[in-house]
Design a protein around this ligand. Structure first.
Ligand SMILES: Nc1ncnc2c1ncn2[C@@H]1O[C@H](COP(=O)(O)OP(=O)(O)O)[C@@H](O)[C@H]1O
Ligand SMILES: NC(=O)OP(=O)(O)O
Length: 313
């Protein structure tokens, strides 16, 4: 049966060890070859969202370091929009290439997307979203002096990283347009980097300096475009409980109540698997449809065998 699918792409879909434009585009070519598996059923409709944490942080640094009075650094929301263009361009090219290789007809497009957030969101008081590069201890000290207003955190023994507020999406401005376009069979890249955060002020949209979690935006978008399935693609084929412990246990098909129990029991790491489960739970509860968490490498296998972590109503 034909499905409308919203996919959220994790960092490993785009960025390898090499942050050059060439390497990121090469990674996306492979990613797109895997993504088009979702179009094996030619009636399926596909919307792809993606992260932008490394890209938005890197681009912001280029702005700050290269800025001048005549060529000022742009604010974070605008830089987020710039990464939608950057990654949407690369991903559109990669999808067109994969379509050609598999004789898939249809158009590909990227839509600059604004995601509405709430000014009262507590996330503005506590930055949590890592962006840009990792810093060594020495770099950390220098950067703290240079940018005393930045919040930097230690990230799982891998170094220090700047963090910015990551409010929850309450709505997506372009959702109706996205729904209309995807319903007509165009494969869309949308809400990249979680969407550009905006608030409404006096009936106008204004940008907000934040980076929204793409898994939450994907869930919100999937809900608003009446998707049949939310697919969150990351580096692991399955979600685990007791992850990385001797008694770790792979999760296959589970119901949403069980997912919520595991969430409450603290089974999923904050900043990595927890937001994915929360996003999946939100979509399943709001729509009665299912959400899937699996790896890019497993897309074909998931489509054929339903192997992966599936959260059902
Ligand atoms: N309970 C868990 N089950 C599976 N993976 C987990 C779990 N907790 C943390 N992880 C880690 O979370 C990672 C996914 O989060 P992250 O790398 O932030 O996602 P993204 O793909 O969006 O960049 C997995 O690759 C895995 O290493
Ligand atoms: N915006 C966002 O969630 O980006 P990452 O997935 O790259 O952190």
């Amino acid at each position: 049966m034909a499905k409308r699918i919203v996919v959220a792409l994790g960092g490993n879909a785009i960025l390898t060890d090499d942050p050059s434009a060439q390497a990121q585009q090469a990674a996306l070519v492979t990613t797109a070859q895997q993504l088009v598996g979702f179009l094996n059923d030619t009636e399926n409709q596909l919307v792809v969202t993606h992260g932008n944490g490394p890209q938005v942080g890197n681009l912001l640094l280029q702005q700050i370091n290269g800025g001048s009075a005549k060529n000022p650094a742009m604010p974070l929301d605008t830089v987020g929009g710039m990464t939608q263009g950057e990654l949407g361009f690369w991903l559109s090219n990669a999808l067109n290439k994969a379509f050609k290789a598999k004789d898939i007809t249809g158009d590909v497009a990227t839509i600059v997307t604004r995601t509405v957030v709430d000014a009262a969101d507590q996330a503005f008081q506590k930055p949590t979203k890592p962006i840009g590069p990792f810093y060594t201890e020495t770099e950390f000290t220098a950067i703290k002096n240079e940018h005393p207003d930045w919040t930097l955190v230690e990230d799982a023994g891998r170094g220090y990283r700047r963090v910015v507020p990551s409010p929850k999406p309450t709505s997506i401005v372009e959702a109706n347009v996205i729904k209309e376009i995807v319903a007509n069979g165009t494969t869309l890249v949308a809400a990249g980097g979680g969407g550009i955060p905006v608030m409404t002020k006096s009936d106008e949209f204004v940008g907000v300096e934040a980076v929204i979690d793409k898994d939450f935006s994907a869930a919100k978008l999937a809900e608003l475009v009446d998707a049949d399935e939310l697919v969150i693609l990351t580096a692991v084929k399955n979600v685990y409980i007791h992850f990385n412990q001797p008694e770790e246990q792979k999760l296959g098909k589970i119901d949403v109540a069980t997912a919520k129990q595991y969430l409450a029991a603290g089974e999923f790491a904050a900043g990595s698997m927890k937001p994915k489960i929360e996003a999946a739970v939100s979509f399943v509860e709001k729509t009665g449809k299912r959400a899937v968490i699996t790896s890019l490498d497993n897309v074909e296998n998931y489509i054929n065998t339903e192997d992966g972590t599936i959260i059902e109503p």
